[in-house]
Structures are given as C-alpha cells and as structure tokens.
Design a protein around this ligand. Structure first.
Ligand SMILES: *Cc1c(COP(=O)(O)O)cnc(C)c1O
Length: 428
C-alpha cells in the first residue's frame, strides 16, 4: 500500500516509516495511553462534513450526523460545533446529544422500534421530527403527544424498494427488510397521519442501506420519494422536508464511492429538475463522516507461524472491532513502524484477537513484516468500531483519543475491569 493510497489520507500519513494521524505520531499515543486504542482525527471529521455542507449551501438544509456510527461525546460535540444536527436511533443517543451540549431541535429520531418511554423523552426534549416507520408507531405517537398536550412533528420513513447493492445485513431499502412503510401503503399512511390528533406531518424520508458506492440507487429512491410527495400533496398534505438518509460508502480497500459533494449535487440536481427545489433537504450520513477519520491501534502479542496459517495474535479483538467478524469486512491493517523486509521477511498473517471464537479475527492473509510487540493500526475504524464494542470475555473497552493538528486529547478513559461487574449482584 503506497502512502497516497492510505485510506484516511491526507490526515493519515506515513513519514519516515512511521504512521501519523493529524500531526501526531501514533506510536507515541500507544505508549502514552496503551492499547487497544481508538484514535480519531478531528480535522478529518471536519473535512468530511465540509464536503456535504459546501454542496448543500445556498438552500434550506440540515445535515444530521447519524451518531450510531460513533456516538462518543467528543465526536458528537465536534459535529454539533460544526452546526450539524443528529440522526438518533434511541433514547440513549438523545441523552448523548444533550450531554454533548447539542440542540435537540436539530435531531431526527429514526428507528423501527421506539419505546413509549423514548418517544416521551424525545417529545419533551423537542426533537425536530420523528421518522415514523409504521402505522402502529403513528398511533402510539399520536396518543402520547395528545396526552402530553404536545404536537409531534412526523416524517414517514418510506421503504422505496430499491437495491442499494451492498452487504445484505446493511441493506435496508428492499421490500424484504424490516424498515419503513412500504411505498404502496405510504399515501394512505400520510392520509391517516394527517387525521390523527397530536401529529403534524413535516416530511418524508428513506434510508436505503450502508456502505453504498453508487449514485444510482440514491436517485432511484429519490424519484420514488418525489412521486409520493406529489401524490400526498395532491391529497392536501404539505411535505416541507425531504430526508434521503445516509449510507454513503467509504474506501476501505479499493471501493470508489462518489465523493459526498458529488453525490449531493446529483441529488439536488434531480430535486431541482423535478421542481422540488424549495424543499428543505436533510441527509443522515454516519460512516462517511467518521469512518476514515479513525484508526484502532493494537499490539502484536504473540506470533504463531505455522504450516497452514500464520497467526498474529493482537490485543484488540472482536469485542473491540466486530465488523470483520460480523460482516466479513476487509479493513486495512498496517504497522505503525515499518520494518525492513530484508531483516524481517514478510509473511502472510491472519491478524486475530485473543477471544475463544474462530470468528475473532481482524484481517486475514495480510502480507506483513512483523515481530512480537509491534504496533499495528487497523484503518478506517472510526465508524461502527467503538460504537459496536462489547465486553465479551470480560474485556474492558478501549480508550479513545482525539487528535487535532498535532494535539492529542483523551476523550474516553480505558474501562476498568471493576466497572464491568459494578452493577451485578450476588444471590443470597
Ligand atoms: C445507520 C443509519 C444511517 C447512517 O448510515 P451510514 O451508512 O453510517 O451513513 C442513517 N439513517 C438511518 C435511519 C440509519 O439507521
């Protein structure tokens, strides 16, 4: 992998055989904070947001960071400071938005199974809208809002039945998925929503999947939404905003997703061409704002070269980063300090964690010059990394550091083992 091909460049860079992120040498961070360690570049996040914002400027818009990709308070605050809103999927995420000092009025609340308690909290917090995913949810929200003497702003999440051409687990806009209201039922659902007390229809939305690398599925979904808007407005129900969800992919290896501004310009072009230019446009990107801003640092604990396979056992595991185990994702793994291949000839290594599961791997068949004790960086780990971490095997979760133009800030202390069973009780 050449320096220019590093996913995460230019913030991630190799200088004199060492890996740097946003002006900080990663080996120094590992020495100071230990491993496994997540490190995020604030500059990289800001640059990713700027690509969306520039393309959206000059028209009513709200860019909502889909915080399930990485919900750390410091990351949340970084995007709030840039003026972004948030796409949340739980009451817990709303609590994080508030704890980070961000404005709940810029929050859209998505999710196929919102509890009454979550709806209640979100109503009182004054979220911008609920992205409603079913008729029962409409009824529940109407009842709750009426009983509280509030009005819930609602946008219906439409399942447009388009193929996002991505991994089946992260494809969400097909008929067979659990998400959203079927396109064919949407017009009736809008009519229903408009009649229910305690609700105010404000928008329409969809989210067709994740790690999407083509523009065409977005345009297909957009066309389906615009068709529906035209019908619903004929029925006398105005739709103020159109929310096209998130899902833009990033480069992990050789994927070539469109740049965010290219995608946004294509979408806006279609919206304008069809005469809908006055509408507020919302987007809900997650991965594309944080994925390539982060790395996971891990130390090679033990090398086990063998006849069939060479295993490099590292101190990060599937509990720290589950994407390879869960989606068979390929993530780049590179040494933080490159060894001389003349001295340490490269071998094909499987980079695995210490957990008792054969699914506990981070990368397979990676040609690397390695010695025990070496520091490795798993790249493109800013999204769906720490946010999906668990305590499996009673492993404390990693620490997190944010770097900004040469400065490093600890943003989450490493969990301690005692924290892990603090809430447990022994029986009599
Ligand atoms: C997960 C999710 C997103 C963000 O998806 P990315 O692929 O991370 O951009 C946006 N909207 C909804 C409703 C989601 O569930």
């Amino acid at each position: 992998m050449t320096a220019s091909a590093l996913p995460g460049a230019p913030f991630l860079a190799r200088q004199a055989d060492e890996l740097w992120l946003d002006g900080v040498r990663l080996a120094d961070l590992a020495a100071e904070f230990g491993t496994p360690l997540y490190v995020y570049s604030r500059g990289a996040m800001a640059a990713a947001a700027a690509a969306y914002l520039q393309a959206l400027s000059g028209r009513p818009h709200l860019l909502c960071y889909s915080m399930k990709a990485n919900s750390s308070l410091a990351v949340t605050k970084t995007f709030a400071d840039l003026g972004l809103g948030f796409d949340i999927v739980s009451g817990g995420e709303l609590a994080r938005v508030i704890a980070a000092g961000a404005d709940p009025a810029k929050v859209v609340f998505s999710g196929v199974g919102k509890t009454r308690a979550e709806m209640h909290t979100a109503l009182l917090a004054g979220v911008k809208c609920f992205n409603v995913e079913s008729e029962p949810e409409l009824l529940a929200l109407s009842e709750l809002a009426s009983s509280l003497g509030r009005t819930a702003a609602v946008s219906l999440r439409i399942n447009p039945d388009v193929d996002a051409k991505t991994h089946p687990y992260i494809s969400t806009g097909l008929k067979g998925n659990k998400f959203g209201i079927a396109h064919g039922q949407a017009r009736a659902a809008y009519a229903h929503a408009a009649r229910l007390p305690g609700l105010r229809v404000v928008g329409i939305d969809c989210h067709i999947g994740s790690q999407i690398t083509e523009i065409a599925p977005y345009l297909d979904a957009l066309d389906r939404l615009l068709d529906l808007i035209e019908q619903v407005e004929t029925d006398g129900i105005p739709i103020a905003h159109i929310d096209l969800g998130g899902g833009l992919g990033i480069t992990y290896t050789d994927e070539q997703p469109p740049a965010a501004d290219v995608l946004v310009r294509a979408l806006l072009g279609r919206i304008d061409a069809r005469g809908h230019g006055q509408r507020e446009v919302l987007l809900e990107p997650g991965r594309s704002l944080v994925g390539n801003a982060g790395v996971l640092l891990t130390e090679a604990l033990v090398l086990k070269p063998g006849t069939d396979k060479n295993f490099c056992i590292v101190d990060a595991a599937m509990n720290d980063l589950v994407r390879p185990a869960m989606y068979q994702s390929w993530m780049a793994i590179v040494p933080c300090q490159q060894r001389d291949p003349q001295v340490t000839p490269p071998l094909n290594w499987d980079i695995v964690g210490p957990i008792c599961e054969s699914g506990d791997w981070l990368g397979r068949d990676r040609s690397l010059s390695l010695q025990a004790g070496d520091l490795l960086a798993v790249l493109s780990a800013g999204a769906y990394g720490m946010a999906m971490a668990s305590n499996y095997n009673t492993r404390p979760r990693a620490a997190e550091v944010m770097v900004a133009a040469g400065r490093a800030m600890l943003i989450r202390r490493r969990e301690e083992v005692a924290d892990l069973f603090r809430d447990e009780l022994l029986p009599d």
